[in-house]
Design a binder for this molecule. Structure first.
Ligand code: FE2
Length: 317
């Protein structure tokens, strides 16, 4: 879990993820703060805030990870206490948006119309939910029924993409486009026979190829609609590409992957890792962020850090 602190609250034993200042002294350094020299250097720096990782060091109150109560920031799905009403509201809002998305995507897959203004409106209401209640929305969307997985995953990825776009100071138009691209990015999955998509056991090599074909299949479908912007086509086709070229379908490397495409990959992988799946224990947000941050050959580290700070900074207590 990443937490932003003003630099006067930094103390030895904290794990420093980043110090936002131009000084080369802290560039690309992640470290456990153990020396008076480093502490003084942070105090002298032009940074006003420092990002710490409380999974790896002391938290804001000076407690070590193993001594902290493992308090969850958000009530479980039933909702309780002071947050129950808000959890229920988020659940209702996301349910409505999911139904709207399902009807739009089902129409498109059946060869019906694709109305960009209408999709922007669906993406906009989803983005508002995530802006107001990101951590609750994340918790609510972690659990997916088999039949709704693609829709709920797409809502969550779209919401996170808009949060991350805003955190990176993109303008409103660009953020809105990210939201629509997130809604559409996995449309190719809806072209996969459900007996393969929802198969509970191991997949054959051929079935795996069918699933890995979903970015290209979605791209080929969306391409038939002239109103779909190139960026949404790119994100649909390239959201499983990674920086070292080991992704699919094209095996592109970092220099060929635009910032919005890299952003979509980070949100897509984070969502998948934190989802509740029958075959794995769901990862916490901090576990997923830590795993991704440790793989700079695959994921844009700046995006991973920003996503962590956005989720941590959400107005939920
Ligand atoms: Fe995908």
């Amino acid at each position: 879990m990443l937490v932003k602190l003003t630099k006067d609250r930094i103390r030895k034993g904290m794990f420093i993820e980043s110090v936002a200042c131009p000084s080369k002294e802290f560039a690309k350094r992640r470290f456990i703060l153990t020396s008076d020299r480093d502490l003084a250097a942070i105090a002298r720096s032009s940074a006003s805030e420092v990002l710490i990782n409380v999974a790896l060091g002391l938290d804001a109150e000076g407690r070590a990870p193993e001594t902290r109560p493992s308090a969850r920031r958000v009530p479980q799905s039933s909702g309780s206490g002071a947050n129950a009403a808000e959890v229920q509201k988020v659940r209702n809002d996301l349910d409505q948006t999911r139904q709207a998305l399902k009807s739009r995507l089902t129409d498109i897959v059946a060869g019906g119309p694709l109305d960009m203004d209408d999709l922007s409106s669906v993406a906009g209401s989803n983005a508002r939910t995530w802006k107001d209640s990101a951590v609750i929305a994340l918790e609510v969307t972690r659990l997916k029924s088999k039949d709704e997985t693609t829709y709920v995953h797409s809502l969550a990825v779209s919401g996170m993409m808009t949060l991350l776009g805003n955190a990176l100071d993109m303008d409103d138009e660009a953020v809105s486009l990210l939201g629509v691209a997130g809604l559409l990015h996995d449309i190719g999955k809806l072209l996969i026979p459900t007996e393969i998509l929802n198969k509970p056991g191991d997949l054959t090599a051929q079935e795996r190829d069918v699933i890995r074909g979903h970015p290209e299949a979605g791209y080929q479908l969306l391409k038939t609609y002239p109103s779909v912007p190139p960026l949404a086509l790119d994100i649909c086709r390239l959201h499983h590409e990674v920086l070292d070229g080991s992704g699919y379908p094209l095996g592109l490397k970092k220099r060929a992957l635009s910032l919005p495409v890299r952003l979509s990959t980070v949100c897509d992988v984070f969502e998948a890792l934190t989802s509740v799946r029958p075959y794995k224990r769901p990862w916490t947000s901090s576990e997923a962020l830590k795993w991704m941050f440790a793989r700079p050959q695959l994921f844009d580290r700046k995006m991973v850090l920003r996503l962590g700070s956005v989720l941590v900074d959400s107005p939920i207590t």
